[in-house]
Write a protein that binds this ligand. Structure first.
Ligand code: IMP
Length: 179
């Protein structure tokens, strides 16, 4: 699909379901991290909207960090090659770190990230992901806080793009090629 082609899409997860699920996830996170401080890591670019909505429901003291990773190179399938485009600035040693990811698909990006951050010796390291495609997983990983399990369809919206397009949809949609 070239960037000039028109993309249509249909709604997979409506805005209200995302909103409600974020309330549930944040209640769990607030409970698990009560009396603790959190370093919460937004994985760019896809999780920035999820991250912004999630942190506004959190009541624990936190600092925000941003980690830029790119793995797809504009394609619809993972290459398995992960490139760090922006690194966290804060030392993580002994800290409670929570990674906020948009989608765990093959799991290769998350595996790379976990190895990279574990080497910085955080006190704890957990993962919160909005979406998970269990049938696509190539590695065994635990997701501590998960929004929704979905099938192997290619999704967009709510921060998630296809070649930088459709990121701003307020819901999660499935791409359908028009031309
Ligand atoms: P993984 O390494 O295969 O788990 O891929 C993870 C990353 O690929 C996610 O953080 C997304 O940025 C991207 N990705 C995976 N599935 C989709 C999709 O359906 N739409 C858009 N991006 C996706």
């Amino acid at each position: 699909m070239s960037n000039a082609e028109r993309l249509s899409h249909k709604v997979l997860i409506p805005e209200i379901r995302i909103k409600n699920r974020i309330k549930e996830l944040s209640q769990q996170i607030n409970y698990d991290y009560q009396d603790k401080e959190l370093v919460i890591v937004c994985v760019l670019k896809g999780s920035f909207i999820f991250f912004a909505d999630l942190i506004r429901e959190l009541e624990v003291p936190l600092s925000c960090e941003f980690l830029g990773l790119s793995s797809y190179g504009g394609k619809m399938e993972t290459s398995g090659e992960v490139k760090v485009t922006l690194d966290i600035t804060e030392p993580l040693k002994g800290k409670n770190v929570l990674i906020v990811e948009d989608i765990v698909d093959s799991g290769l990006t998350l595996q790379y990230m976990l190895n990279m951050l574990r080497a910085r010796q955080p006190g704890s390291l957990r993962v919160c992901a909005l979406l998970h495609k269990p049938d696509a997983m190539k590695v065994k990983l635990d997701i501590d806080y998960l929004g929704f399990k979905i099938g192997n369809e290619f999704v967009v919206g709510y921060g998630v793009d296809y070649q930088e397009r459709l990121r701003c949809l307020p819901y999660i949609g499935i791409v359908e090629k028009e031309h």
